[in-house]
Design a protein around this ligand. Sequence first.
Ligand SMILES: C[C@H](O)[C@H](O)[C@@H](O)C(=O)CO
Ligand SMILES: [Mn+2]
Length: 418
Amino acid sequence: MKTEQIQQAYEVAKARYADLGIDTEAALAALQKVSLSLHCWQADDVTGFENQGGDLTGGIQATGNYPGKARNIEELRADILKAKSFIPGRHRLNLHEIYGEFGGEFVDRDKVEPRHFQGWIDWAKKNDMKLDFNSTSFSHPKSGSLSLSNPDPEIRNFWIEHTKRCRAIAEEMGKAQGDPCIMNVWVHDGSKDLTVNRMKYRELLCDSLDKIFEKKYDNMKDCIESKVFGIGLESYTVGSNDFYIGYGTSRGKIVTLDTGHFHPTEVVADKLSSLLLFTPEIMLHVSRPVRWDSDHVTIMNDETLELCKEIVRCDALDRVHIGLDYFDASINRIGAYVIGSRATQKCMMQALLEPLAKLREYEANGQGFERLALLEESKSLPWNAVWDMFCLRNNVPVGEDFIAEIQKYEREVTSKRA
Ligand SMILES: C[C@H](O)[C@H](O)[C@@H](O)C(=O)CO
Ligand SMILES: [Mn+2]
């Protein structure tokens, strides 16, 4: 699209929104401050660089075998930078522990140190990205079906030590970047079949977490993530939603809401206002479950739109961290990053342009018809012209222009990977 056309369309949209009392410049400025935390694991199907050749375990699956996945740190970094070049704004990178730089040496998870991430810290600084972090309890001989809640103290302590070390790494990342590193703990612990000792595993998980969080840090923040079930662990999940809501609210920890981790008819957006009343902040893992936590690429659907609208309606842009979490191995992986990131930003753009004051006035007056009518009409307001302007001002391709660029990278780079 030509720059002139984008500018003209923006001026028309600006006037249309002004009629409704909405300042498009303010919305653009607000979106500029929203950083997504890009998950490093879309580029290589959650393989990491520690356990070359090992299976992905822990109840998660990357399905598909589209050619060109990143095979090493250099390729992963190149792919992330390529994806980043098509996503407007400044964004963070979310690393898992298995993506450390172990230099060919076998470093078990209970031995990992900040030095294994110094390369990432330097790389992130050079590329103007901040880092977030995750402990990794899956894809390891000691993962089994129970990690932090394992009754065997040797296995449990191994994972406690791993998670403590991950917090120390996150602290170093936060210190180096002058901004807290958000560290997420998700463990797959659960059971395939009927469980008669639910309480015991939950007591153990609670005790392990208390030990892990004993040490206070200033440059990292802890998040805990629940799940409804994992593949092969269908009957019982130790870290259920109820468990982590209880744990997070009683310990002042951030609860991570992964949009793929709830029953299909649950509305994750509705959870924000409740949680924000009782926990300091929220971490989101924005995904697209199809039938199960299948981790399809995020799109601009009702769920993501409502999520973004709720963040804005709760005036919580500074209390909600937005991470992405999907791993689709069936399509171009760089394209998957770009589609999911831009879809989330487009949803946020619409949320920031919502005629909220008027909608609230109608609601307060009991004008249900008027509220519903305006909600419906706002769906077809020219938000896309404002979004195009956001892309233009951020020097990234407008509209579908990124498709050809990603095809070129595939031709020249990823298709050459064996
Ligand atoms: C790889 C991530 O840690 C993982 O996706 C986790 O966040 C999750 O959502 C598991 O289903
Ligand atoms: Mn997740």
